[in-house]
Write a protein that binds this ligand. Structure first.
Ligand code: FE2
Length: 443
């Protein structure tokens, strides 16, 4: 049975997905976060059931339903909402409307009945021993309260994480790189934690356990979560736009700091490890570009988009839920060269070019983010004379941050870093952004 979920809240959508995917193995889910995308999906898929929230940005559940009715599509529709359908005339008397699925989900058996009855399909008698959880979901936490397994073959599961163990984002990232879509928990644990909406999860985030060693991983967590969101929703315009709006709003934070050092220190003090490296990058780009270009929202937001999406092409979308038995047994991290393929600036730039929300400048900066002043960079081998100014801002800001975070974040290294940057970037179009970075960092 193929089900479309339309729900704008990420956590609620994810947890409904987990519940449904585990009702039985024949259930396949697609999920979207707004009505417009739901309609796109309906046009390109054959769904047996649509479960949709009512209040969503960019097309509410009523509009999705009206679309079905107007085109005489007979796909059954469950309203996933606290809204009373009687208050919305579009649902009244329509044969596609199969009722309400409450946001506080019923027991597994009851949920199964509701779903299959709505779809008009007989309830299959299937028993799962292991329950699957999308691997990206693990990125948001760092401790598991039950054993976690990986699937080796149809009937073989190997324990990956022990109950109460802490794990790092690195551990999870390597499975994403191996194109593992799901990790698994035993049915007893699944029933015990009954992954429901609310706090009762088998995963847990313990901020105290984000150690100095794992700090760098966590800088990258927001980046990974955004990537996961994009990958789970597809690299769609809407998903990228939503992520990008979140990022853009953070640009305002920077304006609250008079001094560059105050900003860096306040945001990178040991108590706020999770502040994301990409956000810092976007702030520094923003500050330099304000000086280089004057206050320009267009340049700033392009650099901000580039900060978050420059490496978007380094994680491939995970489409097939296969066993991958051979690769799963061989769990070492994929060769860095493969992940950081020299095509990734071009691929990432092309992805952003296809999104009308972003300017061509964002795409250009992504295409150029591995270029070097002496022409030894890739993909085009531009030099300090042929590269554009906005890309220079981005490259200098990212070099600066990379050095600042090398080994352990230490602002005392600032002078040394600046000297090093001067050696490499005091040339051509890099000169002006470098000068502004130096002025800011000495302020
Ligand atoms: Fe890159």
């Amino acid at each position: 049975m193929k089900i479309l979920i339309a729900e704008d809240h990420d956590d609620i959508r994810e947890l409904l997905r987990i519940e449904l995917e585990n009702l039985d193995s024949t259930i396949k889910i697609e999920d979207v976060n707004c009505g417009e995308l739901a309609i796109d999906m309906i046009n390109s898929n054959d769904f047996d059931l649509i479960i949709s929230d009512y209040n969503m940005p960019n097309g509410n559940g009523g509009e999705v339903f009206t679309y079905l009715k107007d085109r005489k599509l007979s796909i059954p529709f469950l309203l996933f909402s606290t809204e009373d359908p009687k208050d919305h005339s579009e649902f009244l008397g329509a044969s596609q409307f199969k009722g309400i699925l409450n946001k506080v989900l019923p027991s597994e058996n009851k949920l199964k009945k509701i779903i299959y009855n709505a779809a008009g399909i007989d309830v299959p008698a299937v028993s799962n021993k292991y329950f699957k959880i999308r691997v990206g979901y693990f990125l948001r936490f760092n401790q598991t309260l039950c054993d976690v397994y990986i699937k080796i073959s149809d009937d073989k599961f190997v324990k990956l994480l022990n109950k109460n163990n802490y794990y790092s984002l690195k551990d999870i990232k390597k499975y994403i790189e191996k194109k593992v879509n799901y990790l698994f928990i035993h049915e007893d644990d699944y029933r015990k934690y009954q992954v429901k909406f609310g706090d009762n999860s088998f995963l847990h985030l313990d901020k105290r356990k984000i150690t100095t060693e794992s700090k760098e991983d966590y800088y990258k967590s927001a980046d990974l979560i955004i990537k996961d969101l994009i990958l789970s929703l597809g690299i769609s315009e809407e998903a990228i736009r939503q992520a990008s709006q979140t990022i853009k709003s953070t640009l305002d934070i920077f304006n609250n700091y008079e001094k560059f050092h105050d900003f860096i220190e306040n945001n990178l003090s040991k108590s706020s490890y999770q502040y994301d490296q990409c956000l810092i990058l976007s702030h520094i780009c923003h500050a330099i570009s304000d000086n280089v270009f004057g206050t320009s929202n267009q340049v700033s937001s392009s650099l901000c988009a580039a900060s978050f999406f420059h490496d978007i092409a380094t994680i491939e979308p995970v489409n097939n839920l296969t066993d991958n038995s051979k690769s799963l047994l061989n769990l070492e991290i994929v060769d860095n060269e493969l992940i950081h393929s020299k095509d990734h600036p071009n691929l990432g730039a092309d992805i952003l070019l296809s999104v009308s929300e972003f300017s061509t400048l964002a795409s250009k900066v992504i295409r150029n983010h591995h270029e070097k002043p002496d022409g030894s960079g890739y993909p085009r081998g531009l030099t300090s004379e042929t590269i554009d100014l906005a890309s220079c801002v981005f490259i200098i800001a990212s070099e600066y941050i990379e050095k600042l975070f090398e080994v352990e974040f230490d602002l005392n290294k600032n002078d040394k870093i600046i000297i090093d940057l001067q050696k490499r970037f005091k040339t051509g179009n890099f000169k002006l952004p470098l000068q502004h970075l130096i002025t800011m960092s000495n302020a």
